[in-house]
Design a protein around this ligand. Structure first.
Ligand SMILES: NC(=O)C1=CN([C@@H]2O[C@H](COP(=O)(O)OP(=O)(O)OC[C@H]3O[C@@H](n4cnc5c(N)ncnc54)[C@H](O)[C@@H]3O)[C@@H](O)[C@H]2O)C=CC1
Ligand SMILES: CC(C)CC(=O)C(=O)O
Length: 365
């Protein structure tokens, strides 16, 4: 990858490589755009095939956060971190504290939270070194684990998409194929099961599958079979790029609605599913519940207030589907336009000089 060419093409602001030999920390903090405010996005810990794959993931995820935060109406920009390593084997206290010091060094340009492979306990370690971290233990007045709230947002967003595809937002009796039953999808399964949906699940982690089968009567399938199962809704809740040339021809679902980030391998895959008449709930709109929840900490966390905002994901999905139908465009394009227009409006409205947050004349003493 020619990194500066890539940064220029998608207008990234900053990429920070963090290395700490003692703890084994190898992290990439990508800050995409801070027009709306400090970049907020989680930290993912994953075993990447190559350093290039890790950089690419950090960059793609950071850009996704710019769009997610803008579309959710948050005054936050987009950033994300990936830590290279196996979250089951390679974590240690020093690693997250070293990482916390790197975040502190950015002086508030980047605020972190959980993502795949990281936990509230990891965030608490980061918090030993910096205040620029959310999703820490509720004992600190924080919002805790964002995953259950993300799940609630996905649930309401899925209902809005189902209304378009099936004429009703009830999920009772609907067959829903869920890929990855980790932190978010476990709670999502709970909501869906309570509403009377039939669940088909898969995961590379056998224990996660067993739990969903036991707790929700889900049917389990092999990871490669999840795309082709007979179902009404496909919910990608593992990693990204699962909507691609190989999987699209296998899909039977009329709706795609799940928590995974960057579900479309490429934008053209969004065009293909649109032409097939599949209702696609854009990933960064439907999965914004977690970031809406942690962002509420910046105002002094209030769970009820956060949940009310998350509930509005239903309306956002409805609105995006309406715009897409009105303008004859795929839903991912409608969502991108909504996010880009807000960033542009705010960029233009900030043309006035402003010092220390107060629009007053300052005089030298
Ligand atoms: N946790 C949160 O609040 C948010 C999460 N997301 C996204 O939602 C997705 C899930 O997040 P979490 O539940 O937090 O992560 P998680 O790590 O708890 O769950 C992901 C699950 O997917 C499984 N998995 C990985 N590759 C798989 C494959 N090829 N086939 C089947 N299963 C596979 C893993 O074994 C794991 O159980 C991720 O893409 C994440 O970025 C997005 C917004 C917020
Ligand atoms: C997990 C969230 C709190 C933030 C994030 O990184 C995301 O929404 O993907």
């Amino acid at each position: 990858m020619e990194i500066f060419k890539y940064l220029e093409k998608y207008d990234y602001e900053q990429v920070v490589f963090c290395q700490d030999k003692t703890s084994g920390l190898k992290a990439i903090i990508a800050i995409h755009d801070t027009t709306l405010g400090p970049a907020l996005g989680g930290t993912r810990m994953w075993t990447y095939e190559s350093e290039e794959a890790a950089i690419e993931d950090a960059l793609r995820l950071a850009k996704g956060m710019t769009y997610k935060n803008a579309a959710a109406g948050l005054n936050l920009g987009g950033g994300k971190t990936v830590i290279i390593g196996d979250p089951r084997k390679d974590k240690n206290e020093e690693m997250f504290r070293a990482f916390g010091r790197y975040i502190q060094g950015l002086n508030g340009r980047y605020i972190t939270a959980e993502d795949v492979g990281t936990t509230v306990a990891d965030m608490d370690l980061i918090h030993e070194e910096t205040d620029f971290v959310t999703g820490i233990s509720p004992a600190f007045g924080s919002s805790g684990n964002p995953s259950p709230v993300t799940a609630y947002g996905v649930y309401v967003g899925m209902k809005a998409a189902a209304k378009e595809a099936f004429g009703s937002d009830s999920l009772e009796g609907k067959v829903i194929a869920i890929q990855g039953v980790g932190n978010v999808a476990y709670t999502l399964c709970k909501y869906l099961h309570e509403e009377g949906a039939q669940l088909i699940v898969t995961d590379i982690n056998k224990e996660a599958v067993a739990r969903a089968v036991e707790d929700f009567g889900a049917k389990a399938v092999d990871p490669n079979d999840i795309y082709s199962v007979e179902c009404d809704i496909y919910a990608p809740c593992a990693l990204g790029a699962t909507i691609n040339d190989d999987t699209i021809p296998q899909l039977k679902a009329k709706v795609i609605a799940g928590s995974a980030n960057n579900q479309l391998k490429d934008t053209r895959h969004g065009d293909i599913i649109h032409e097939m008449g599949i209702v696609y709930a854009p990933d960064y709109v439907i999965n914004a519940g977690g970031v809406i929840n942690v962002a509420d900490e910046l105002y002094g966390y209030n769970h009820e207030r956060a949940m009310k905002k998350v509930e509005l994901i239903y309306n956002s999905i409805e609105k995006i589907i309406e715009i897409a139908k009105r303008d004859g465009i795929p839903t991912y394009v409608a969502a991108d336009r909504m996010a880009e227009e807000r960033i542009e409006r705010m960029r233009n409205s900030r043309s006035q000089f402003l010092r220390n947050g107060h629009n007053t004349l300052s005089r030298r003493k």
